[in-house]
Design a protein around this ligand. Sequence first.
Ligand SMILES: CCCCCCCC/C=C\CCCCCCC/C=C/C(=O)SCCNC(=O)CCNC(=O)[C@H](O)C(C)(C)COP(=O)(O)OP(=O)(O)OC[C@H]1O[C@@H](n2cnc3c(N)ncnc32)[C@H](O)[C@@H]1OP(=O)(O)O
Ligand SMILES: Cc1cc2nc3c(=O)[nH]c(=O)nc-3n(C[C@H](O)[C@H](O)[C@H](O)COP(=O)(O)OP(=O)(O)OC[C@H]3O[C@@H](n4cnc5c(N)ncnc54)[C@H](O)[C@@H]3O)c2cc1C
Length: 672
Amino acid sequence: MPLNKEIQPGDNDELTRERLQATFDTQQMAAALWGSDLARKRRELAKKVDKLTVLHDSKDMSFMTREEKLSENARKVVQMFAHVADIVEDPSDDAEMFHLSSNAIGHEGHPFGVHFVMFIPALKAQADDEQREKWLMPALGLQLIGTYAQTELGHGTNLRALETMATFDKATDEFVIHTPTVTALKWWPGSLGKSSNHAVVSANLIIDGKSYGHHNFMVQIRDENTHKPLKGITVGDIGPKMAYNASDNGFLGFDHHRIPRRNMLMRHAKVDKNGVYTKPPHAKIGYSAMVHVRSVMIGHQGMFLGSASTIAIRYSLVRRQGEIKEGSGEVKILDYQTQQHRLFPQLARAYVFMFAGKEVRELYQKVLSDMEKGETTLLADLHALTSGLKSVVTHLCVAGMEQCRMACGGHGYSRASGIPEIWGVAVGGCTYEGENMVMLLQLARYLMKAVKETKKGKSLGRLVDYLLLPQDRHSLIGRVPQGEYGPHLAAFEHIARRQIFKVADELTKLQDKGMSKEIAWQKKAVELQRAARLHTRFYLAACFHRKVQSVVDGRIREALADLYHLHLNYELLDMVNYALEDAYLKADQVDFIREDMYRLLETIRPNAISLVDAFEFSDRELRSVLGRRDGHVYENLYKWAKESELNRADVLPYFDKYLKPMMLAARQRSNI
Ligand SMILES: CCCCCCCC/C=C\CCCCCCC/C=C/C(=O)SCCNC(=O)CCNC(=O)[C@H](O)C(C)(C)COP(=O)(O)OP(=O)(O)OC[C@H]1O[C@@H](n2cnc3c(N)ncnc32)[C@H](O)[C@@H]1OP(=O)(O)O
Ligand SMILES: Cc1cc2nc3c(=O)[nH]c(=O)nc-3n(C[C@H](O)[C@H](O)[C@H](O)COP(=O)(O)OP(=O)(O)OC[C@H]3O[C@@H](n4cnc5c(N)ncnc54)[C@H](O)[C@@H]3O)c2cc1C
């Protein structure tokens, strides 16, 4: 039995030979990546989706208009729910459902995207028991479609400047929801434009003329039967986007629209019928739906980068171009060192982002159950961690995916590669759920507080314990046996700690000179976001270390350790300027890191296909001609191109309408 479980009769021989070189069992590696239970469920659900033709794309989405995309994905999502009990073991398991939707629907969006990822989590965390009964149960039972309407045309980041108003009318026991200006229009919410009939709306709570800041309200926006907007509500689609075009992101305006008082989500903050306001136990508890998405998107982004790496690495083993030794025949492009250097570090990042995604989900679940009991101590840690990870992971993912696309040459630029769409979806993650730079500055706030605690000999939390440790002056990389690469990890720690203390000292100096805290912050904002990035990259490296250490099977651990060591070398070189500034690393140590990285590229090369096969993306899920499991790329690229709508006729009307008359006229002129 070969260790790589993807081998099948009829596959491209090149790929089969590659797969036979695996040093580990790909299904065991899949278990390390996804968790053994989820890996098994993914495998089984993919097989079931393969058999259920109603869940298959009716044609490649690249050849569809937006309206066709919306309609196609609405059709598939309805079929998916109709068959859900036969496909998944536990429809209430978000992870299993996400993988089902990834297989059957893809990533271009569908009417229930925000419903499941924000609307329901907002209700779970912020609705009281009676409200859960009223809306959560129908939402879970698909009796209504919800969205999360917070961002406005004028403001997305600065939530304190949101303009939508919810004014309490004591006489009628209602809130009057109103959009006072054009900039107050809700703008961007997913599935709002054409699909949703309910929304959790963020609006400023106003009681007796006093504003209590923004709170969340349940608003029905469309009639349940006719789907027409309710009186006082204007709603529509905001137009085409870079990608994610099967989602109808929308706009929404209110003209003194009335809702009952009990439509304010009241698990934590409350307003009684006399207009008496009760504060929540934590000022930011109403932000929980955002924290939820930030926590799930880390693993999803890892998956996107894993998909792009799979496509590029498989294709690089099919594609031959040029010779390394003259006369010895064309080589697979993955045999070029530059191609390996382009792709393997992205593969390693995909792995660690998936591991980090799992860790952060566990912390989220813990915080959620604490919050249920009114306990909010870990909320700040979770906010800091998710803010940093969300920003660093999305940024590195899209940079990595772009490398994958370019590594596929011309065919990478074609939508047939599948990379443009997932890149477009992933890059949205740099903006949604908090613009990356803004979220890095949120983490920086936490780090600066942590420095203050450290100076008192205390730690703000587990994530920043390392700030209490003394700094070494010189790295031991290349000076002691490599072992488990402890000195490399220590270098990440050193670089992060130094930048964090350096910027904290600079802030103090500026304030000592009389500068206000806010202006000093502005003067050092770029350095602050650097501190946040370095802290997060240390967290990721340490997370990879924890994962490798936890693996019991020797062959899996060895293959993972190769990726981990490559990651350490590659990322350190990417940040090497920070280690050179204080001569922590010497030039010979940088050379040592480089040479070790090149060695690791060669070590990883024979396992490359098995490391991507271990993601176990089905062809249906990958939606890529270049990334096909069987490697039959060229004949299928030709088949795909023939599906282009431009090939429906040999001559298209625009030729007769514009080009032919022009050429005829030009010929006539030349005959005169
Ligand atoms: C079919 C079935 C499928 C089922 C499967 C489901 C899975 C589906 C998976 C995938 C689908 C993917 C679809 C993707 C859809 C994307 C949807 C996108 C949605 C959105 O974008 S919603 C809008 C998001 N908006 C934002 O993120 C806004 C960003 N701004 C902010 O968050 C805040 O304004 C801020 C944090 C930048 C600043 O807030 P504020 O001014 O209020 O606060 P400050 O003064 O700066 O800070 C004060 C204080 O509060 C702390 N703080 C801030 N936020 C939090 C928090 N969330 N938690 C805890 N603490 C917080 C902050 O750190 C400060 O603390 P200190 O004073 O420093 O102590
Ligand atoms: C695909 C997609 C889906 C979305 N889905 C939803 C949804 O379902 N519901 C919803 O409510 N919203 C949604 N959004 C909106 C999204 O949350 C916001 O676009 C996002 O929070 C960024 O806010 P903004 O657009 O106001 O950017 P801005 O804040 O205007 O950012 C512009 C620039 O200003 C900088 N900047 C802003 N403030 C600061 C600061 N304080 N310090 C330093 N720099 C700053 C930013 O770094 C950035 O460079 C979605 C957006 C996208 C792209």
